[in-house]
Design a protein around this ligand. Structure first.
Ligand code: C2E
Ligand code: CA
Ligand code: CA
Length: 682
């Protein structure tokens, strides 16, 4: 517990954990010591309200800058009540400028022998901004013991409420602002029973959670952990806190120990499913254990089921589930068995290796489920399936996660509603997870290398520039190319760190080369779309270049064409870079929706024509397209670089049409820093 001294005495500060959790809910805490008339604000409160940390008060003179003058009376009333012996008191007041509404509440934490309050916990809650979020959180707080908030944008986790043993164990990690995935990975590794580890790891990847939360808003998962050599049943519930559809910025995740509930459930239910009245998962699981030959395990999911629940109510939803269960029973019972997994998920086994038979069954089930729409007058629903081959001895959980992986591949497909599992899918998921885990260390240990691909003048063959291209040196020494990690890092929000690393590395290199050779060429750096969404990037890059001492014109920035064209924010960002003297190169021009007229709106420095257009050279219409593109670009004031130039014919053509610079294997592949230094020196 943190203490602060004031007027010669020590006071305990507001609970840090609580404040951390509340911070993102816009709730600010303070402590009130009635007998000394002292208020201690939490650090967050101080920075929010720009107020002092400690106050001596007369009742009613709550910190300046906080309360609308005519509401001060209400405030003194709260203090009066507490000091008059009430256990708690609260009221709504306006902020000092009258613009925001706050709720001030106080509750007595401790009393002296005479029953007078000695320590009071206080809270100032912004009622407007996050009211809905708090409601959501409270939905969970009732029966969940450990609650956290995940911030998907900032990629970290905040404690809302935890039990002591969790804090003891994970406190450090939680305080270090580690990413949710990292904490979860440790949790799974340390606690979850072996046979469920893999499935859990897959379910709680950021990618998968995002998918679930965008589609369903809420999902729960039950699993088993081993604690003191005893198996316990834990339930996790995750709720997307966003009000808007297709948006996910924050979520609440709650953990509850449901062991007693589960044991009762297991004893009473045996094999009947409470919701559907059909078979449950235990039935499926037990039946599968008895199978001695290969077959197919299929998982089924209902698209748009949550809409049925929302519009028609839960009981109608359950009615639909009962019908789906009977449909599955009708088509599967003769050739296998099934069970209701949870929510709108079912699973079944088909005791055959005949893929045609599987297709047939899936089609029948699909038709029958779709017919429920008219029958029960419900919004349109449909089903989709993931299929995996079952091998003798295979664990149920592995089969489920394989089938689910296949199912996820076609989740948003409108043409196809089933997919067979391919081992590469799971390998890819695991590999991606490993890459994410290794990222921080790789960055720290300089496993990312910057390579350089020179750009040449078609005029005289002189090297006039270069592009910095990242490579990842794996632990065994082999090189990993950006195609296999950039898209992943763009998706999971790690790319800004990597882009900045490359930028800094190139700046340092430039500085070294200038000092050594007295000359260098501009080296352009790729800036991904995700990086450009951070407002501070302009300042950061400017500061890096300035501190290292490299003129901006030596480190141009490459931005992809579709990005530059479509987004105001990004165009504005590019503008600010230009003003600071960083040349902007429009990358990959010719892929996507190319539009030179749109580029006219901005004075960028260079247009980089993509390899796919360069490859057209030699074909009559391709020649004409290239010719016009170059001419128009130059007319708009761009310098033109052609990318991916591989043949002499292309070089001749580009020279003839006054292209300014050529990058491609014809002259040079990307080379490592040492080789590039030789090129510079020569
Ligand atoms: P890009 O910016 O279009 O980079 C050009 C790519 O084309 C490079 O691939 C380069 O090696 C390749 N290339 C150049 N000349 C030729 C040629 O004549 N023939 C063929 N077939 N290919 C040629 P690389 O290095 O694999 O990079 C792939 C992409 O990864 C880059 O495409 C860029 O979008 C991204 N990337 C690379 N480094 C970074 C980085 O530091 N940050 C970000 N955000 N993206 C990067
Ligand atoms: Ca590029
Ligand atoms: Ca390019």
């Amino acid at each position: 517990m943190k203490k602060v001294s004031f007027n010669g005495k020590e006071y305990v500060e507001p609970d840090m954990d609580v404040q951390r959790g509340f911070g993102i809910l816009d709730v600010y805490s303070f402590r009130f010591y009635p007998q000394d008339k002292i208020i201690i604000m939490s650090d967050e409160s101080c920075s929010k309200f720009k107020c002092k940390k400690c106050y001596t008060i007369e009742p009613g003179s709550f910190p300046e800058n906080l309360i609308y003058s005519s509401d001060k009376k209400k405030c003194s009333e709260i203090f009066r009540k507490i000091m008059g012996g009430e256990q708690s008191a609260s009221d709504n007041v306006r902020s000092y400028d009258g613009r925001e509404n706050y709720r001030i509440s106080m509750a007595v934490l401790d009393k002296d022998r005479n029953g007078c309050a000695t320590v009071v916990s206080g809270m100032i809650q912004n009622l407007d901004a996050h009211m809905r979020m708090i409601e959501h959180v409270q939905l969970l707080t009732g029966d969940y013991e450990n609650i956290f908030l995940i911030d998907f944008e900032k990629n970290y986790i905040e404690v809302f409420r935890t039990q002591d043993h969790v804090r003891d164990r994970y406190g450090d990690m939680l305080n270090e602002n580690k990413s949710f995935e990292k904490i979860m990975a440790k949790y799974i590794k340390d606690n979850v029973v072996d046979e469920e580890k893999l499935e859990m790891a897959v379910i709680f990847t950021r990618k998968n959670m995002e998918r679930e939360l965008l589609e369903k808003k809420i999902f729960t998962h039950d699993f088993r952990i081993l604690r003191d050599e005893k198996t316990e049943h834990i339930r996790i519930k995750v709720v997307n806190l966003s009000d808007e559809p297709d948006n996910l910025t924050k979520a609440v995740i709650g953990f509850a120990n449901v062991s007693s509930e589960k044991n009762v459930e297991l004893m009473h239910l045996a094999y009947e499913d409470v919701i559907t009245g059909g078979r449950n998962f235990s039935f499926f699981n037990e039946s599968l254990k008895k199978v001695n030959n290969e077959g197919f395990v299929v998982t089924l999911d209902i698209r748009s089921f949550k809409i049925v629940n929302e519009i028609c109510g839960m009981s109608k939803g359950d009615l639909i589930l009962r019908n789906v269960s009977s449909i599955i029973e009708k088509y599967v019972d003769k050739v296998g068995f099934y069970g209701h997994l949870n929510a709108d998920h079912f699973i079944f086994f088909i005791d055959s290796l005949d893929e045609m038979l599987v297709n047939n069954i899936l089609e029948r089930i699909t038709e029958n489920v779709e017919a429920l729409v008219a029958l029960f007058e419900i919004p349109k629903i449909s089903v989709y399936f993931g299929v995996t081959k079952w091998r003798v001895g295979m664990r149920t959980n592995v089969a489920i996660s394989e089938a689910n992986t296949a199912k996820h591949n076609i989740k948003s497909s409108s043409v196809c509603n089933y997919s067979f599992y391919r081992p590469e899918d799971m390998e890819k998921t695991i590999e991606e997870k490993k890459m994410e885990d290794d990222f921080d260390d790789a960055l720290k240990n300089h496993q990312f290398e910057v390579w350089y691909q020179p750009k040449f003048s078609p005029e005289d063959g002189q090297m006039i520039g270069a592009e910095a291209l990242i490579r990842w040196r794996a632990k065994d020494g082999h090189l990993i190319y950006p195609g296999s990690f950039i898209p992943l890092f763009e998706k999971n929000g790690m790319i800004p760190q990597l882009d900045e690393y490359v930028f800094r590395t190139v700046c340092k290199q430039q500085k070294e080369w200038i000092e050594r050779f007295g000359k260098t060429v501009p080296i352009s750096i790729n800036v991904s779309r995700a990086s450009l969404f951070f407002d501070k990037i302009v300042d950061t890059y400017r500061a890096i270049a300035e501190n290292i001492g490299v003129p901006a014109e030596l480190v141009p920035l490459e931005i992809t064409e579709s990005v530059a064209e479509t987004n105001e924010v990004i165009r504005d960002m590019a503008n600010r870079f230009t003003v600071l003297g960083f040349p902007i190169h429009i990358d990959d021009f010719g892929t996507g929706y190319s539009s030179l007229s749109a580029l006219n709106m901005m004075k960028y420095d260079t247009l980089k024509i993509d390899k796919s257009l360069v490859d057209y050279i030699g074909n009559a219409s391709g020649d004409s397209l290239m010719k016009h593109t170059i001419a128009l670009a130059k007319d708009l004031g761009f310098s033109v670089t052609a990318e991916g130039v591989e043949t002499e014919e292309q070089v001749d053509f580009l020279k003839e049409h006054a292209c300014d610079s050529i990058q491609g294997y014809y002259f040079s592949k990307p080379v490592c820093a040492d080789d590039f230094r030789e090129l510079l020196a020569s």
